[in-house]
Design a protein around this ligand. Sequence first.
Ligand code: 5AD
Ligand code: SF4
Length: 468
Amino acid sequence: MHLPNMKDAKVRGQSKVNYIYEDRNYEDIFKGKKYYIRTYGCQMNVHDSEEIKALLEQIGFNETEEMEKADLILLNTCAIRENAHDKVFGFLGRCKHLKKAKKDLIIGLCGCMAQEESVVNEIKEKHPYIDIVFGTHNMNELPSILANLNHKQDIEVYSKEGDVFEFGNLYKRDSKISAWVNIMFGCDKFCTYCIVPYTRGKQRSRKSEDILREVRELKKLGYQEITLLGQNVNAYGKDLDGEIEFSKLLEKVSDIGIPRIRFVTSHPWDFTDEMIDIIAERDNIMPYIHLPLQSGSSRILKLMGRRYTKEEYLTLYHKIRDKVKGASITTDIIVAFPGETEEDFKDTLDVVDECKYDGAFTFIFSPRENTPAALMKDELSLEEKENRLHVLNEKINMYSKESNERMVGTIQKVLVTGVSEKDTNKVCGYTENMKLVNIDASKDTIGKIINVKIEEAKSFSLDGIMVK
Ligand code: 5AD
Ligand code: SF4
C-alpha cells in the first residue's frame, strides 16, 4: 500500500512536505542517502528527472554524480526506438555488478520503457536485481514506493493517465539560466510508428493560468530563457473546454517579459497563421522552429497518419520562412518506413533539397510495441536502410554547414550558458536561432545575453568573439 500521492502533492511547492507513513517520517529513513539518476531521451524526460530529483531531495536524499557512491540508482528511460532498450539494459548490467558489492543498493527504472508491458515482463522474469519500477503516470509515488520497499521487487505502473495535477513547480532545475516549462502531457495524434501516445497517454493540457503563474515565478528568479514543452505543443488547449489556443498562450507568455521564449515540438498539422504572426511579431519569441517532416512522400505520410501531404508541408514551410526573418528551421526524418520505395525516399531527399534545413534528427524506422506500423510489412535489408540514412545524413550535414556559413561575419545576440566543452578558456551559448557558439569572452558573461561576431563555421557549431 502506498501513500495517497494526491494529498501529498497538493502541499508540495508551497513549503517542504513531511512525508509520514505509519508514524515514520521519510526523512528519518533517507537522510544522508545518495541518489544517482541517469536520463535517456527527450527534453520531457530531462524535465521529469528535474522533478524526480526534487522529490528525492524532499525526503532527505542528496544527488551524486558518481554512481559507485549512490544508495539509489535510477534510470529514467525512453522507448521511442528499440536501441534505447539495449542501452538501458547494457547499463543495468553495470548496476547489477555494483549491487554484488553493495547489497542494499536500490536500483530503479522509470519513464517510458516502464510503460511497455514487454519490458515489465522482462524485468520480472530476468532481472530480479531491479528493485523498483514506476511509470510516467505515477512518478510522484516514488517516496512512498521507496519507504515501503521490503526486499521484494516492486512494480507500480499505471496503464492509464490521470488528470493533470499541479505540483506547485517542485523541480530541481539543472540550470539557473534556462528553464523547461511543461504546457501539456501526452499526445492524441497516434502517428502509426509512434509509441508516445501509449507511454505518455492522451493529450492533457495544463491550464493557462497555471502555466503563466510558473512563468512569472521563473521571471522573478531571473531566468533568461524558457522552453515550453510538450509532445505536440501547438495542439495546446484543444483538450480543454474554453482554454486559449497555443498562439494566444505564446502571446501571454511573451507579455511576461522573459528575454527568450522557445517551444518544442510542433506538429505541422496544428501550425496556424496566428502562430506564425506572433513569432514574427515578438522579439522575445525566438526564431527557431522544429518542424518534423518524417517523410517527404505523401504516400508514406498517409501511411504514417501524419495528416499532411508533401505539398501542404512545403507551403507551410515557405510561409514560415517568408514571415519569420532569420529563422532556423530544423526537422525529424524517418527513413525506411515499411513500404518506402526508392521513389518515396527520393521525395524525402527532394524536400530536404527544397527546405535546406538548418539541422535535422534522422532515424531508421524502428518497430514499436502495439503500434500499427509494427505490423506493416518491412522488406528492406538493414544494409539498404543504413544506406538511405547515410545518403540523407550527407545532405543534411551539407545544408547544416551551409546555414552555419551564412552566419559568418554577422553579429548575433548570444545567451551565454556555460564554459565551452571544446576549450575551457572559452564560454559557449546559443544564438536566437539556436546555433551553438563557442566564444572568446570571460566567464562573467555566463547567464547574460551578449553581442558576438561570428568568425568561423563548423559543421555543428560556430566560433565567435564578444563585441560591444
Ligand atoms: N522509429 C524511428 N523513429 C521514430 N521516431 C518516433 N518514433 C519512431 C520510430 N518508431 C522519431 C520521429 C520523432 C522523433 C522524436 O523520433 O522522427 O519526431
Ligand atoms: Fe508521436 Fe506523432 Fe504524437 Fe509526435 S505527434 S509524439 S510523432 S504520435
